[in-house]
Design a binder for this molecule. Structure first.
Ligand SMILES: C[S@@+](CC[C@H](N)C(=O)[O-])C[C@H]1O[C@@H](n2cnc3c(N)ncnc32)[C@H](O)[C@@H]1O
Length: 259
């Protein structure tokens, strides 16, 4: 019980800091949209282009799948998912979620822009309240999970929502919270240590590769010039559900609080 209580208090601290950092993130995206990409105009235009092909480095994660419409989830997608929309000459069925979706709708409306894929509301931590297990061909997140209040919980959910023999793809800058000096939503560092994927901050560290060993095959690519981590997880078998507890509230609990 004592352990659960300590754990719950720690979680609440992360959630509180996260809540405090949200206004910073909204401001960033407001400026990004009103300046059409803050100097990265090509990226801005690509995200608005419904005919933009899926990024080539992602193709190998889908090439083994039979033809047909593929369902892809982007977690923490921001206002305009970075994913290209077409693969093998067919539109992908992209589902984009983000906790700030309602703000993004408003900012896009003000700028009179329509997203080719509308981002809808969901915390990464609540994915399993909204989506059924083993229903996505690819689950993706870029530069977002290290902004969350419980990244490991999100990663486990992402794996549960992915079909067996399909992939989860995480793309993040290494040690971004350190670089950002823990400002805004930055509470977690993603890093590779002795070939393992670890999540850490000054008070805690988790070896994700070791924790998830039987369930996923993890391949890590680190692109040093841009300090970029590309982490591919192939789902080998279903990850068990954890029982509900104080530190892991029942399905639907947070959603009910919000409504
Ligand atoms: C730097 S932006 C990246 C957006 C987009 N993935 C991209 O690459 O352009 C970080 C995003 O993570 C989202 N985010 C923050 N906390 C989150 C959480 N708990 N679950 C999912 N996304 C979260 C933010 O709202 C924001 O849209």
């Amino acid at each position: 019980m004592k352990k659960n209580l300590t754990h719950t208090l720690t979680e609440l601290n992360y959630k509180q800091k996260w809540t405090e950092g949200l206004s910073h993130e909204i401001e960033f995206w407001h400026d990004w949209i009103h300046t059409q990409g803050q100097g990265f105009g090509e990226d801005f235009r690509n995200r608005l282009d419904p005919q933009k092909p899926l990024q080539e480095h992602i193709w190998p994660l889908l090439d083994h799948l039979p033809s047909g419409r593929l369902r892809v989830l982007d977690v923490g997608a921001g206002p305009l998912t970075a994913l290209g929309k077409i693969y093998r000459s067919q539109p992908l069925d992209i589902v984009a979620v983000d906790p700030l979706a309602d703000y993004y709708d408003q900012i896009l409306r003000e700028a009179q822009l329509e997203a080719p894929v509308r981002t809808t509301w969901c915390h990464g931590e609540l994915l399993e309240d909204r989506f059924e297990p083993s229903t996505f061909d690819l689950v993706f997140s870029q530069n977002a999970l290290d902004h969350s209040y419980d990244p490991y919980r999100i990663i486990k959910s992402m794996i549960r929502l992915t079909k067996v023999d399909h992939f989860v793809l995480l793309e993040h800058r290494q040690n971004e919270a350190e670089r950002a000096q823990y400002q805004g939503l930055h509470q977690w560092n993603f890093a590779v240590e002795q070939g393992d994927f670890v999540i850490w901050n000054p008070t805690s560290k988790l070896n994700v590769s070791k924790e998830l060993l039987p369930y996923v095959d993890i391949q890590i690519r680190f692109i040093a010039e841009v300090n970029w981590l590309n982490i591919q997880m192939k789902k080998l078998k279903d990850l068990p559900f954890e029982s509900d507890s104080i530190s892991s509230p029942k399905r639907g609990f947070w959603t009910k609080l919000r409504n």
